[in-house]
Write a protein that binds this ligand. Structure first.
Ligand SMILES: [Zn+2]
Length: 802
């Protein structure tokens, strides 16, 4: 029996009937309620409306109020604060399970931890373990429905009395996260309420829905830049170790009604094949259950892949956990839409999916258009959620064993792999080293300090070439329960060259390479064949506290985790950072880097630039297209106060600013505007090339740096930089533009994938140009990429000196 049964398909059922059925699904147990269940408040009784109804929205206070009332009324629900958000809101998880499991929650947590760590010699009765499942909603705040749905799901489980639900409650501990980005729920709720009933109803807010990262808040899951990532990472990989993690998203209105696992190629070779199989099984269970209710438009094996590390659902793979992503088609925030067949026809192909109107083995029941409302989305999510929970309950031991056996296997050394990675003692950039260690430790990775020297080989081809590795270095052993995470973060990624039938690069989902110490400019090495490795524990000390590591690095102690780093500027200029109303993630990440280094700046809005009131010595233009900067949002889509951009007068004011002695610093896309406006003799050598000629989708490349330039102070001649669909320049002869750094002539690719590297080899990556009394600094790439590329941060800092 499927929990959310309905007879007619989404496409053909009249909307009145569908509404009734969905409501019935949400309140399915009301008819059979026991006395205890009757005391469990419904979302409607608390909110005054049924969540997921058209044009309703619950903000974060309403959602947390509901969960608090549920906690108070039900012994099956326990709500816990897991930390504060970036803007200071309380972030919560609701534990939902049987009354008995909730009473013994700490015991189950401890058990889950011992399963995940598979400590040798510790006898574990795997049969006693509960399946731990985490479901997280609306990390992307405009994908709002799941946050509203979470209250229906919690109420259903808290009040259910049927045997199937009892089986779930007895066997599964659910960690329900109503939102992975509570600040964004309020940003979207405020905007939705403000625009409801106007012609802007259903539009996205004209600002980032995460203070720093916007949509990129789902690109942070190995980097720990954001408070929300840290809160959930601690909950998952320091405390609870869920065997199944489901991250609930929405995609475009004309895409599949829901895309579920398994995903498309390529899989990352560091993800255990067993995890990929279990992922597929859960996805097919979701798809089959949805099909049984008559839901059309469910798609597997398409669009998203399992290569990339750094997403909410991809980080679990490297912790022996099954990370599920689902993407339901969107409405317009909480307003329903009607999608025509013609609109569906215009939806272009994605990987593994030619058209939503075609039937295929991975999409056997095409959805051809119709009404689409938040309730439809909630229906699909509740049904898919039920599928996951049923599987976890029925195959509880299988999930517990899978995690345990993978962890046990990872603890055994494998001669094909390095034994350890060493982060050298005595290197410059100690703050970056400290931050790297803190990032690793926060994910539950064991980091040791070498208290004396050891001997090992650092070249995999010359394993007998043993030499000394100095004491005071840090060592990360590979044979940890989370071995795939150690390898994935330290190794160089080699993305397989995948071309389509036209011979052009097939676009991966997100980036191809991320090697963390490389991006951070930290000197490290793999180590093989460590001499007397049995005696290694006696020569090392496990680091439990970042201040112990900082002491070893001769850095002053910090008061708490992920504290701001010291201001690196000797003589700071007055900095203006262009912001505008287009919600640029690159602007947000720039702000994060400045805030994290205690660097003061002023955010420049369009009117500041239009009026010429810059109040700055240095102005930064983050990576934004010319249109976004100059024209801004359109009046068709946004109220007037959020439209217009800096305009032509703003461009003139930037020219005057430089002429009068200011320094204009531009990242990646914004360089086009500046090159044009100032008539700089820079030619982008990859402009106009198709993806068969040149392609580099997020990879780490080597730069050759002119270390004599003041912009390069503190940088090495060979420096790693992050390139993601960026540029490369040829400089016109005899011009006043100089090249500060070039893409390396040899060994250009350090991690990831590049096609057609000859188009950028030796070309300029950073340029500076004197203009009037001032100066322009141009980065062809993003030197602050997602707050990750510490290696190139010093270029930015040097540009902010007076
Ligand atoms: Zn999303």
């Amino acid at each position: 029996m499927f929990r959310h049964s309905r007879k007619s398909s989404g496409a053909s059922a009249p909307s009145g009937l569908r509404r009734t059925i969905v409501l019935a699904a949400a309140c399915l147990f009301a008819f059979a309620a026991t006395t205890a269940a009757q005391n469990v408040p419904t979302p409607k009784s608390v909110l005054g409306f049924q969540p997921t109804d058209d044009r309703t929205i619950a903000d974060w206070k309403q959602i947390t109020d509901y969960f608090a009332k549920l906690d108070a009324a039900s012994d099956r629900v326990k709500v816990q604060e897991i930390g504060k958000t970036t803007l200071g809101r309380s972030q919560i998880v609701a534990f939902i399970s049987s009354e008995e499991n909730i009473r013994n929650l700490e015991q189950h947590r401890g058990f889950s931890e011992s399963i995940a760590n598979a400590v040798p010699g510790q006898k574990i009765d795997l049969g006693k373990g509960k399946a731990v499942v985490a479901i997280s909603c609306s990390i992307h705040s405009t994908e709002i429905v799941a946050s509203q749905m979470s209250m229906l799901m919690a109420h259903e489980l808290a009040s259910a009395t049927d045997p199937e639900s009892k089986q779930i409650l007895d066997n599964v501990i659910l960690l329900l996260i109503p939102s992975a980005n509570p600040d964004g729920i309020d940003i979207v709720a405020d905007w939705y309420r403000k625009t409801l009933g106007t012609k802007y109803e259903g539009s996205s807010p004209p600002e980032l829905y995460h203070h720093y990262a916007g949509h990129d808040n789902n690109r942070d899951w190995f980097m720990m830049n954001l408070a929300e990532t840290r809160n959930i990472t601690k909950l998952f990989w320091q405390e609870w170790f869920p065997q199944i993690v489901w991250d609930v998203h929405q995609q475009g209105q004309t895409a599949a009604r829901m895309t579920v696992p398994p995903f498309f190629d390529p899989p990352n070779p560091r993800i255990d094949p067993r995890i990929l199989r279990e992922l597929g099984l859960l996805g097919y269970k979701m798809a089959a259950d949805l099909q049984a209710t008559g839901q059309a438009g469910i798609v597997t094996n398409a669009t998203y892949d399992t290569w990339w590390h750094g997403g909410f659902r991809s980080a679990p793979y490297y912790h022996n956990s099954i990370g599920i992503l689902t993407e339901a088609a969107s409405a317009e925030l909480m307003s329903p839409v009607t999608i025509t067949k013609q609109q569906m026809e215009r939806q272009g192909p994605t990987r593994g999916f030619r058209s939503p109107l075609e039937t295929a083995t991975n999409a056997p029941d095409a959805w051809t258009g119709g009404e689409w409302s938040p309730k439809d989305i909630a229906w699909i999510e509740l049904t898919a959620g039920r599928a996951v929970l049923e599987m976890a309950a029925k195959f509880r031991e299988r999930y517990v064993e899978t995690m345990y056996e993978l962890a046990s296997k990872n603890l055994r050394p494998d001669t094909n792999e390095p034994e350890a990675f060493v982060i050298y003692a005595g290197q410059p950039r100690e703050e970056a080293v400290s931050r790297l260690l803190e990032i690793l430790m926060w994910q539950g990775m064991e980091v040791r300090l070498l208290t004396e020297e050891i001997e090992g080989a650092t070249d995999p081809a010359k394993r007998d070439d043993i030499h000394e590795i100095p004491g005071g270095s840090f060592i990360v052993m590979v044979n940890q329960a989370q071995k795939p995470n150690v390898l994935s973060l330290f190794e160089e990624q080699v993305y397989p060259e995948r071309l389509n039938e036209k011979g052009e690069a097939e676009v991966p989902y997100d980036v191809a390479g991320w090697t963390l110490p490389l991006q951070m400019g930290v000197e490290y090495t793999p180590v093989y064949n460590i001499k007397d490795s049995d005696y290694l524990p006696g020569k090392t000390e496990v680091i439990h506290d970042i201040n112990r590591a900082r002491k070893a690095l001769n850095l002053s102690p910090v008061s708490g985790p992920f504290a701001a780093m010291p201001n690196p500027l000797r003589n700071p200029a007055r900095v203006g950072l262009y912001k505008g109303w287009s919600g640029s993630m690159d602007e947000g990440w720039t702000r994060l880097v400045l805030d994290n280094h205690s660097i003061k700046y002023k955010s420049l809005m369009d009117e500041d630039v239009r009026s010429g009131d810059l109040g700055s010595d240095v102005v930064i233009l983050p990576s934004m297209g010319e249109r976004s900067i100059v024209q801004g949002n359109s009046e068709q889509r946004y109220p007037k106060e959020y439209t217009g951009g800096i305009g032509d007068e703003g461009v003139e004011n930037l020219k005057k600013f430089v002429n009068d002695g200011g320094r204009l610093v531009c990242f990646d896309s914004s360089c086009d505007l500046v090159i044009k406006a100032f008539g700089l003799p820079l030619k982008n050598t990859v402009e106009g090339l198709n993806r068969g000629q040149f392609y580099c989708p997020g990879s780490i490349l080597a730069l050759d740096v002119d270390t004599s330039d003041p912009l390069s102070r503190g940088l090495k001649q060979r420096t790693a930089a992050y390139f993601t669909r960026s540029s490369a320049w040829e400089i016109g002869e005899g011009s006043a533009v100089s090249s500060v750094a070039r893409y390396a002539e040899d060994d250009l690719l350090l991690s990831g994938w590049i096609l057609g590297e000859q188009h950028i080899k030796g070309k300029t990556a950073i340029a500076s140009a004197k203009h009037g009394k001032g100066e322009i600094v141009l980065f062809a790439f993003r030197p602050q990429h997602r707050g990750q590329s510490f290696a190139t941060f010093p270029f930015i800092f040097n540009a902010l000196e007076r």
